[in-house]
Design a protein. Structure first.
Ligand SMILES: Nc1ncnc2c1ncn2[C@@H]1O[C@H](COP(=O)(O)OP(=O)(O)O)[C@@H](O)[C@H]1O
Ligand SMILES: [Mg+2]
Lengths: 230, 79, 752, 79
């Protein structure tokens, strides 16, 4: 499985993502500079990493979304390519319009770094298929702008099309534990073709038993399985 | 030419920063504040001197970058 | 201003001086009064006149004031700093460079330092703290190391002081704002509150980086005629006068002295980091120095001085952010995110490609020269022409008078306490409640190597791509240092040693950030000298040489000084993550106390927090016992004999046991003592002690090892249930957790 | 009454946001942009109807909370 990580100036989880992808696929993930305008051939997945692309100045992800490479990433997605955006990557995806909605400042107005619990709302996606239905996983968040909002009509569509991938919850799966005020506790959403996922929590940061948890690893495993059977 | 662009959250979009300011003003003893909204002001120095030429350019800047029209409105002011 | 008759400048080489002295009508005339405004004492000004044989130009005066102020010259502290141990087989580079470098095996090194940004943070907490973080990160990556961990040691005034909340809020979000964006995990630190910091908060920032031991970069220039290259953000008028201000005591006139506040740009810093590391890997860098306080001046002089070369600067080439900047302003600007380097001329194209890739401004602003000269040109004029070596080499050095701190009076009667109630009060207090409110605003897991996050003894970060790990801690107990500087100095190092040991790490080396009041007062100087003595003794005994550090003096407002606060940052090594020890015991474990208890209550947290009493002497530190206790804990860890360990510090055994219970979410029971009172036994702060938890089955081996090393070891209780029981009294874990976890938000007025 | 408060960085204070926006506009092909500064606009709904009474109140709000007068200037506009 061939994967690549887009690197913006200010990305700071690019290496973490590279490590997680390389570990999961057994093939080194490539790094692609934001000023490039073309993608290497034969990619199976493009990851947009966390961090502060362009300092997150103006709006999070806004300037990154207008980088030269993002045209090719959009084309890749529109051709049915798999794109994963984590944290800042999610913000970039909403800014490009590849995913609906926007990420606003956390309701508590502060940066928040902690482990959160997520309810896997659908296993019908390459990213979530390795998780048991309705299962609860633990992964860290680290962001200042993770407060997801969409208009009511789109929210209804997301629900109707089963495109909400993860919601924040308590350890026992009950409602609560939302760290940022996101609408409907949404932590991650899928595109219409279910191949683009944006999520605020960082699966790549808890994919190693040495770091105290492996729940994130299954997301990458699901991808690998999907590609193997595709 | 100097232009000022005001970017504000659309009606109906929750503004946690504005709310926090309202709350803090209350705590500081300022009463009679019924609503606070926080927006951005972006001041741009343009070489262009002609307003009619500058305006479409500024509009394009707003649409393409300065505002996220999913949640924000913008208004352009030129000197 | 005083109207004392000015000493006449030396008249002799007048003709020569006139020929060389650059004259610009717009510049103020240099007089002793102007020198005084620059913080130069009359004898210091005279030294300049003698050195030059003429009156300095305005720019030259600025350069001298920057080089000779306390902040850059260490003129009050140097004599004493020299007594600190800085050597050891593990040390690759000790103090004197941007950061210390320590061997961690396998051809790798850890590079670290701690630095204060106290005054700027008091004036503008967000930007002051943010730029403090930026500065220390630059120190680390200037040496060729990628930053992998950051800490911050913060001291604020009384929680109820009107300024405190705003300072805490601003400082914490500034540290987070900068470090989070840059992408370094902030994994530890300290937060304390005490009225002595009402007028002067302390913000000490630590950073550590990882490098290959044979690829460390230094500041000494080499080669004649080599291009001096400026890289990074443009120069503005930021902080002009800042270095001078950072060494002046605050007074009511502070509003007037306020320079333009420096604003941090972590995005530029991140690009600077990546560009510098790429540049270093390309082989283009001969020497490199970040621009910190008095940026261009200090960095250029340092590169020349260390390389025994002169430097010529052409200020016309300096990228400026503002129009009409003068030579004086450019030489003193403290604009952030800037680097100066000497590059290999044959690598110019490669270097340029890297700068362009990262969209960073760069310019060749000068060259190295053979003569011992610091030549600064601007426009058609020579703005400064100074003997370079003498600029730092003849900086004043003082042996300031000092008096030893008087011995403390013994502690008066301590009333009987209900231990569980006292525990709850302590753990709810701003000083001893959980710092989660703080560290959750810091990204502590970025880089995906954080093994032990904040909230434990030392933080532990894996060495990327290996099974090794580094442990980090920051410690000092200013109450102790105030009562007894020598023991307090020792204790700061000993506590750092304990925190590392309790995590299973072998202590490696230390950085210090010495925050004190006005050194021109003999009592303050006495605190300084005493603390250094204690720190030195402890670093020697515990084999933790000082490899870098920073001194911040004049932390006084209206004559009232901070508590002596020599913050110790320390780094330890775990050869394998299998050696890791956590703080969370298992259900049913036995709770064992290592070390001797005399029930020392002098300067204890209990006395201060419950009774508002700051009495008695600091607890004595037996350095030999400390070393042995630490070794024993690490041995237990390596042998897999214990499930958890935690050192005893503020609040003694009661607080330590409760913290272990809270970490595990399981209750603990600690039984009372036959002869010591509950206050003494549960809250005494005798040093050199740890609580460890183990399975009963391991007790014989634990005992055996303790007897063999002659370390006191006794069973004091057990783990289990849902309460914390101290002797006859108990508190539910739920209550305790609410008190502990809610304390900080309550202090900030955010509890609803 | 509605008031608008404009908070801008003082002259000479570094504005990383403004710089990044200017750079991004350049990358997007907008030329002729010589300078960009980003500021805040805070819109406040006040119960007070009398401008002369509102003004000192707003000034106090700015000094105490809305602007960081160490690095920022503010300007008040009332409808
Ligand atoms: N400013 C801070 N930033 C990050 N972590 C902090 C900060 N202050 C305290 N901590 C963390 O909180 C925990 C408790 O701090 P402290 O009581 O000072 O520890 P100890 O007594 O073990 O030295 C430690 O893990 C420490 O690193
Ligand atoms: Mg500890």
């Amino acid at each position: 499985m061939k994967t690549a990580v887009i690197v913006f100036p200010g990305s700071n989880c690019d290496r973490d993502m590279e490590v997680a992808l390389t570990q999961a696929t057994g093939t080194p993930a490539q790094r692609i500079w934001h000023k490039d305008s073309t993608l290497p051939d034969g990619l199976d997945l493009i990851a947009l990493p966390g961090g502060f692309s362009f300092g997150d100045y103006l709006r999070c992800g806004a300037i990154g979304a207008r980088s030269p490479i993002m045209k090719s990433v959009a084309e890749f997605a529109n051709r049915g390519g798999h794109v994963l955006g984590v944290c800042n990557g999610f913000q970039v995806l909403t800014e490009t319009g590849l995913l609906p909605g926007a990420l606003m400042m956390n309701a508590g107005l502060k940066f928040v770094c902690r482990d959160v619990h997520l309810k896997v709302e659908t296993t019908d996606s390459p990213y979530t298929r390795a998780y048991g239905n309705g299962g609860v996983i633990r992964v860290p968040v680290a962001h200042h702008e993770g407060n997801y909002i969409v208009d009511d009509a789109t929210l209804e569509t997301l629900k109707a099309e089963d495109r909400i991938a993860f919601t924040y919850c308590r350890p026992d799966g009950t409602e609560g534990g939302n760290p940022n005020g996101a609408m409907a506790d949404i932590a991650g959403v899928l595109s219409g073709n279910r191949r683009v996922l944006g999520m605020m929590p960082h699966p790549e940061r808890l994919a190693d038993p040495r770091l105290g948890g492996e729940d994130g690893a299954k997301l990458f495993k699901g991808l690998v399985d999907t590609m193997a059977t595709a | 030419m100097k232009a000022r662009i005001f970017v504000t959250l659309k009606n109906g979009v929750l503004d946690p920063q504005g709310q926090a300011i309202a709350h803090a003003l209350g705590t500081l003893g300022f009463d009679g504040v019924s609503d606070v909204r926080q927006g951005k002001m972006i001041e741009i120095d343009l070489d262009e001197k002609d307003k009619t030429k500058a305006e479409p350019k500024l509009t394009e800047m707003c649409e393409k970058l300065l505002a996220n029209t999913v949640i924000e409105n913008y208004r352009i002011e030129m000197d | 201003m005083s109207e004392k008759p000015l000493k006449k400048p030396a008249e002799k080489p007048k003709a020569k001086a006139a020929a060389r002295k650059p004259a610009t009508p717009a510049e103020p005339e240099v007089t002793q009064a102007l020198a005084a405004e620059h913080g130069l004492k009359p004898d210091e000004y005279q030294r300049i006149l003698d050195l030059l044989g003429r009156t300095p130009s305005f720019t030259e005066l600025g350069i001298f004031s920057a080089m000779w102020n306390e902040h850059c010259s260490y003129k009050s502290s140097k004599k004493h700093l020299r007594t600190l141990p800085t050597d050891g087989p593990q040390v690759i580079c000790g103090p004197g460079e941007n950061a210390g470098v320590v061997d961690i095996g396998d051809g790798q090194a850890v590079v670290f330092k701690m630095e204060s940004h106290n005054h700027p943070s008091y004036i503008e907490p967000y930007q002051g703290a943010a730029t403090g973080v930026g500065g220390i990160l630059r120190d680390v990556f200037t040496m060729g190391a990628r930053p992998i961990a950051a800490m911050n040691a913060l001291s604020f005034g009384a929680p109820e002081h009107p300024k405190t909340r705003a300072l805490v809020g601003g400082v914490v979000s500034g540290i987070g704002g900068y470090g989070n964006c840059f992408g370094v995990p902030t994994v530890g630190g300290e937060v304390r509150f005490h009225p002595a910091y009402n007028g002067n908060c302390l913000v000490n920032a630590f950073a550590a980086g990882l490098a290959d031991a044979d690829k460390i970069f230094y500041s000494a220039a080499s080669g004649i005629g080599m291009p001096v290259v400026y890289l990074g953000a443009k120069t503005g008028r930021d902080g002009v006068g800042g270095a001078t201000m950072a060494s002046a005591e605050f007074d009511e006139g502070i509003e007037e002295k306020r320079p333009t506040v420096q604003v941090g740009d972590p995005f530029t810093e991140k690009r600077l980091l990546e560009a510098c590391l790429e540049l270093m890997a390309s082989g283009a860098v001969i020497s490199i120095q970040d621009m910190g306080a008095a940026g261009l001046t200090c960095s250029a002089v340092e590169m020349g001085d260390k390389g025994a070369l002169g430097v010529e600067l052409d200020l016309d080439a300096v990228p400026c952010r503002e129009a009409g900047m003068t030579a004086y302003e450019m030489m003193l600007s403290e604009s952030q995110e800037r680097m100066l380097m000497v590059l290999r001329p044959d690598k110019e194209d490669e270097a340029k490609a890297i700068f362009d890739k990262w969209d960073l401004d760069f310019a060749i602003v000068g060259k190295t020269i053979a003569e011992d000269r610091f030549l600064v040109r601007h426009g058609a004029e020579t703005k400064a022409d100074l003997p370079l070596k003498a600029l730092s080499g003849t900086a004043p050095e003082y042996d300031r008078p000092w008096v030893p701190t008087a011995a403390a009076k013994p502690v008066g009667e301590v009333p009987a306490i209900a231990p569980a109630e006292a525990l709850k009060t302590l753990l709810a207090s701003p000083n001893y409640c959980s710092r989660r409110w703080v560290w959750e605003q810091y990204d502590n897991t970025v880089m995906a190597d954080t093994v032990i996050r904040p909230g434990s003894d030392a933080a532990v970060v894996r060495v990327h791509g290996t099974e090794k790990a580094l442990a980090f801690t920051s410690d000092v107990t200013p109450r102790y240092c105030f009562a007894n500087p020598v023991e307090g100095g020792k204790q700061a190092v000993a506590e750092a040693y304990r925190n590392l040991s309790a995590s299973g790490a072998r202590p490696l080396a230390t950085t210090d950030n010495l925050n004190f009041g006005n050194p021109e007062k003999s009592a303050i100087m006495g605190q300084f000298v005493g603390c250094i003595q204690g720190i030195g003794e402890a670093c020697r005994a515990l084999d933790m040489p000082i490899v870098s550090g920073n001194v911040s003096l004049y932390n006084e407002t209206d004559g009232s000084a901070i508590l002596p606060t020599p913050t110790i940052g320390a780094v330890g090594l775990l050869a394998s993550l299998d050696e890791l020890i956590t703080m969370a015991p298992g259900d049913g474990d036995a709770l064992m106390l290592i070390g001797a208890s005399a029930g020392h209550l002098g300067q204890s947290a209990l006395l201060w927090e419950l009774f508002g009493r700051a009495e008695g002497d600091a607890p004595p530190v037996d350095l030999r016992a400390e070393a042995k206790a630490g070794e024993l804990v690490r041995y237990f860890g390596k042998q897999g004999l214990i499930t958890a360990a935690h050192d005893l510090s503020d609040g003694g055994m009661g607080v330590a046991a409760a913290e272990m219970a809270l970490a595990a979410g399981i209750g603990v029971t600690v039984t009372g003592h036959a002869t010591l009172s509950d206050a003494e036994w549960f809250f005494g702060e005798d040093q050199g002690r740890y609580l460890v938890a183990c399975d009963d089955a391991h007790l014989p081996r634990l005992t055996e090892a303790a007897i063999a090393t002659q370390m006191p070891l006794r069973r004091v209780g057990s783990v289990g249930g849902s309460k914390v029981t101290l002797g006859e009294s108990a508190v539910s874990l739920t209550d305790l957790e609410a008190a502990f976890e809610g304390g900080f938000a309550r202090m900030m007025g955010e509890d609803g």
